[in-house]
Design a binder for this molecule. Structure first.
Ligand code: 5GP
Length: 186
């Protein structure tokens, strides 16, 4: 059995959070890497749980110190995967990254023998728009910019190892568990 780097992507609002929590709860040999970001915490987010919230200056310093396995900019903020955490954990267990398409492809390039890319997509754009407006934490402009980003991300789905349409979250969770099991045995 090998430890894998499970990279989960998909537009915000697609239900990744619920899936991730379930996978972590069910599998104690899977740990999530918490990314660093320069964006401000949203309502209910805790430092060290959803993200490590750091300043732009600190982020730049950490880039120079080669502290990130990969990093990228979204909506004017930086996001990065801490290298030492991932490398250390992979010796003992599998690691889950919840990152975007560009980050996922970089992770695959850097760790081709470990990375397994899974994209979760909404049943339809209409459904996703409904979910995003229900969240209510964003301005109209932010929402539009996110939807453009979603279209772009979905166009990259063919670069992923697996693409799952999340129309039934119970089924999606079971499918990902099956993917993890199979991939660990490879
Ligand atoms: P949000 O601000 O909605 O939490 O995240 C915005 C985007 O940043 C999402 O597409 C998310 O997947 C991506 N993201 C989060 N963490 C990382 C990371 O460490 N690296 C990269 N490349 N993208 C990330």
């Amino acid at each position: 059995m090998r430890n894998i780097l499970l990279v989960l992507s998909g537009p915000s609002g697609v239900g990744k959070g619920t899936i991730v929590n379930y996978l972590l709860e069910e599998d104690k040999n899977l740990v999530k890497s918490v990314s660093c970001t320069t964006r401000a915490p949203r309502e209910g987010e805790q430092n060290g749980r959803e993200y490590f919230f750091i300043s732009g200056q600190e982020f730049q310093n950490r880039i120079l110190e080669n502290d990130f396995l990969e990093y990228d900019e979204h909506f004017g903020n930086f996001y990065g995967t801490p290298r030492s955490f991932v490398e250390r954990q992979l010796k003992e267990r599998s690691v889950l990254l919840e990152i975007d398409v560009v980050g996922a492809l970089n992770a695959k390039r850097l760790m081709p023998e470990r990375a397994v890319l899974v994209m979760v997509t909404p049943p339809s754009m209409e459904e996703l728009e409904k979910r995003l407006s229900g969240r209510g934490s964003e301005t109209e402009e932010e929402r539009e910019s996110r939807l453009r980003r979603v279209r772009y991300e979905l166009e990259q789905a063919h670069l992923y190892d697996y693409v799952l349409v999340n129309d039934d979250s119970r089924l999606t969770k079971a499918k990902i568990q099956e993917i993890i099991r199979k991939e660990k045995e490879k």
